[in-house]
Each structure stands twice: as C-alpha cells, then as structure tokens.
Design a protein. Sequence first.
Length: 296
Amino acid sequence: MYNTIIIGSGIAGMTAAIYLKRANISCLVIEKSSPGGQINKASNVENYPGFKSIDGPSLALNIYEQLTKLEVDMKFGEVSKIENKLGKKLIYVNDEILECQNIIVATGRKPRELNLENEKGLIGHGVSYCALCDGIFYKNKDVAVVGGGNSAFEEAYYLSNICNRVFLVHRSSNFRASALNQKKVKAKENIIIKENEQVKKINEKDTYLNSITLSSGEELKVNGLFIYIGSDPDTSFLEGLNIESENGYLIVNENMETNIEGVYACGDVIFKKVYQLTTAVGEATVAASSIIKNND
Ligand SMILES: Cc1cc2nc3c(=O)[nH]c(=O)nc-3n(C[C@H](O)[C@H](O)[C@H](O)COP(=O)(O)OP(=O)(O)OC[C@H]3O[C@@H](n4cnc5c(N)ncnc54)[C@H](O)[C@@H]3O)c2cc1C
C-alpha cells in the first residue's frame, strides 16, 4: 500500500512526486498517456524560470528524468474510479484496485472541441489539437487555427514557419493572447487573421479535411484545422466521492486539500485564477508538503 497515489503525470503530478519521494513518502504516479501532459503540446515555452526558451516536450522530459533518477514508481493506465472506504482510498486502474492513504489529483485538462459534425471523425485526417505533434504533416499547405488566446497565437506562429498560409480564426476582435504574442503573429506575412468569424462547417473530401466554412459564408480551402479554444477538466472518475467543484474544477483549501480528507488536488484541475506551469508547480509543492507534514 502506498502512502500517496498521484493521478496524472503532468508538471503538477511530477512535481508532487519529486517532493514526496525526496521526503521518503512512498508514492506511485499513474498516467494514462505520456508524462508531461499538456506541455508536450507546447512548441515553445518562454515563461518558465530557468529556461529562456524551451520546447514543451524537452521540458517534460527533463522533469521525467528527475523522477527516473529518484526511482519514483510509475504505472501506465487510466484511473476510472475512486472509492473512499473507512479512510482508505481505493483506486481503480486497468484491472487492478490499488489502496492508499492519500490521493493527489493532478489530471489537468483536455482540449475543448468545436462540437461540429465531422470534427471527431477527421481527427488525424485534418483536425488536430496539437500543432507541435501534427504541424509537420501540413508542410507548405494552408491551415487554419481557431482561438484567440496565447495557445492559439503561439501555435499559429509555430505553424507559420512550416505551412504556406495560416488563417487565424477568432469569434471576436478582442484577443486574450498577450501583447507580445499578438505582435509576433501580426508581424508574420503568412498569418491571415479572420476576426469576428466562427467555423461553422468542416468540409470533407475522400475522408480528409478539404475546407472550412466560416460564419460569414466564406469557404477557406485548408488541409489542416488546429483547434485552440480552451480546455476543460475531466473529473468524471471522481463521481461518487462528492468532491466540491465549480464547473468541473476541484475546490481546494490553502493546503490543496479538497473537502474529502486525504484527497488533494493541484494544477489545471483545480478552480483558480491562473492556469500556468508555474502555478501548477507551486500548488503541487503545497499539496506534497501538506502530506509530508501530516505524516510527521
Ligand atoms: C499548446 C499549449 C501551450 C502552453 N504553453 C504554456 C506556456 O508557454 N507556459 C505556461 O506556463 N503554460 C503553458 N500551457 C499551460 C500548461 O501546459 C498547463 O498549465 C500545465 O501543463 C498544467 O499541468 P497539469 O500537470 O496540471 O495538467 P496536465 O498537463 O493536463 O497533465 C495531466 C495529466 O494527467 C493525465 N490524466 C488525466 N486523466 C487521467 C486519468 N483518469 N488517469 C490517469 N492519468 C490521467 C493526463 O494524461 C496528463 O498527462 C500551455 C498549454 C497548451 C495546451
């Protein structure tokens, strides 16, 4: 039985593991995909202290290597359910049920979809949520990016160095992206901003994306559509625990503990104001430290 099971190995989960392991608290990290989480999708990170500029996967790998060096136990699989029985936590993963005293939920967020017909069916055939992963498939082709925040602007900029033209489609003329990101994008000749427009239709030809139709009726002939319209937490596996939440985001106190004793949360899965790497790292540090202190 582990003292603590950490669900999710994004930057939050991995940070918590580093702190727990170094304090000699037995812990296991469970990950359903690959270590690093969302940051694996970032082409360039320039606001993480210690690195003037680093691509997301390299940052994720650096942290993962720290875990490997510390010999942190990892299990790959998706947690489907958690039960709280007489203070013990039961974690359902793959075909196993694991037991522990404390849980750190660090399951982050997943990209929001446009919910258009064809969207799901064309994933991998033109529709993508990760420019860094799929951008190269659209070398010298025209693509569209949807969104008005930092992720949309950063990834449009990244794609503009690979693709022929990048259409940046946003539903208003107010962008949430930072002034610096807006300046960089607006200076690129092959990025064409389509403001006050929405993608209304995704058009398919021979099982591949062929064009998109905008709300004005304009049809853009593009081979790729990269969607960056925000993200949502997936906390369905916590149903039944009665954890307090706001729009799916878990509510925690200053110790990063939820209303259920022994269930902590940190990173993008919690209800907070700033969703960044630095905040995720800070919250994970607090969550792990609370467990370490309670163990004294
Ligand atoms: C394209 C992009 C660019 C970004 N650029 C920046 C930037 O430049 N600077 C910055 O500060 N932030 C940036 N961010 C935001 C930053 O990546 C997030 O704030 C941060 O990664 C959140 O970390 P996390 O550990 O909380 O969650 P996540 O990174 O979402 O990790 C959660 C992990 O949990 C796993 N998981 C989920 N459910 C389960 C389950 N049921 N069982 C097992 N495992 C599960 C997931 O597979 C994932 O690996 C960017 C985000 C994106 C998408």
